[in-house]
Design a protein around this ligand. Structure first.
Ligand code: SF4
Length: 89
């Protein structure tokens, strides 16, 4: 490969880096829909969002929070198929 071609290729990659970084962040932040994860506002047996590692609590124990993997407002007493129990301390 010629030096000028290599230099042009490197410069093209450097120019594209911000766009690639933006796409990567957008993909990393994408969350699943409630429907896709079969989310429900009630527990499934003893499993509920406030016992899940993905749950981010709201302002109080009973207030809705958010989830790291499912979009929208999440009930602490909800559940979805991505439920993953918090490790016991
Ligand atoms: S992954 Fe599912 S069960 Fe866990 S907090 Fe999110 S919505 Fe609730």
């Amino acid at each position: 490969m010629k030096t000028s071609t290599t230099r042009r290729a490197i410069l093209a990659w450097i120019a594209a880096a911000p766009a690639l970084a933006f796409c990567g962040r957008a993909l990393a932040q994408a969350k699943a829909t409630k429907a896709a994860m079969k989310y429900q506002d009630k527990p499934n047996g003893g499993n509920e969002c406030d016992k899940c590692v993905q749950y981010v609590p709201g302002k109080s124990a009973k207030a809705p929070g958010t989830c790291k993997v499912v979009e929208g407002s999440i009930s602490p007493k909800g559940w979805c198929m991505a439920f993953a129990p918090k490790p016991k301390s």
